[in-house]
Design a protein around this ligand. Structure first.
Ligand SMILES: [Zn+2]
Length: 239
């Protein structure tokens, strides 16, 4: 790190908060604000609505969420993420700050640097790995493949750091070592805070919005209005 790198919390107040209902149709359809998704047990969870808007790569690189974790580390994705969501401005749920706080404590307890993997931080509901509700879609889970110089690929290493994570707080859960996809992990530590949604203090919650899934179908509404205007027996037949 160079001496000119920003200090902790430098400029964090400059991250713009957006209500995803105010974003364009494509972004709303990909971020699915306030829509419900089911977890592996069939329980339904409401997706986050409030996001940080990251205007550029430079800003993502500059903003520190905690002393050791930059915002950029939480949004590293590859082609598994939808292309539009990899283009700036980019969006990450406001709860990512809570995750950074826990990871900072995890790093201190582990006594070594913690590396969040590509696709291991925030994954949108449209990400190819978002098959059911996972905390990654809330910005509240991180996949860690390396701690200091230790590559997490042995049972011993994963269980050791799983213990470190779970001892931080009862808010933290991990995936036990094993080979069953989704319920185990055999090459990383999955640090999971659950489905935390943050309502930033800049937001006023008096605006009601319906998730896209429950909005009336515009085309259908139009057709009904037209039918009401058209006297019975008049006009052309419509299929
Ligand atoms: Zn994970």
């Amino acid at each position: 790190m160079s001496g000119s790198s920003p200090g902790p919390h430098d400029s964090h107040n400059t991250i713009k908060v957006v209500d995803a209902f105010d974003l364009d149709d494509e972004l709303r359809s990909l971020l699915k604000p306030a829509e419900m998704v089911r977890d592996a047990q069939g329980r339904r969870h409401r997706l986050p609505r409030y996001f940080y808007e990251i205007p550029s790569h430079e800003v993502a690189m500059k903003i520190r969420l905690t002393h050791h974790f930059g915002l950029n580390e939480f949004i590293l994705v590859d082609i598994k993420e939808q292309t539009r969501l990899t283009q700036f401005p980019r969006y990450v749920p406001c709860a990512v700050r809570v995750l950074a706080f826990y990871l900072e404590h995890f790093r201190a307890a582990a006594g070594a640097s913690v590396h969040i993997a590509v696709n291991g931080g925030y994954r949108s509901p449209s990400h190819k790995l978002s098959l059911g509700a996972t905390a990654h879609m809330w910005g509240t889970a991180a996949d860690v493949y390396r701690i200091g110089t230790t590559i997490l690929k042995t049972k011993e290493a994963i269980e050791r750091y799983n213990d470190v994570a779970e001892e931080l707080s009862s808010d933290v859960t991990v995936l036990p070592y094993g080979h069953a996809n989704g319920v185990n992990a055999d090459d990383h530590v999955h640090i999971d805070l659950g489905y935390i949604t943050v309502v930033p203090r800049e937001i006023s919650e008096d605006r009601m919005e319906l998730p896209q899934e429950s909005r009336p179908r515009f085309a259908f509404e139009e057709r009904r209005r037209r039918e009401r205007r058209t006297p019975v027996g008049a006009g052309d037949e419509e299929s």
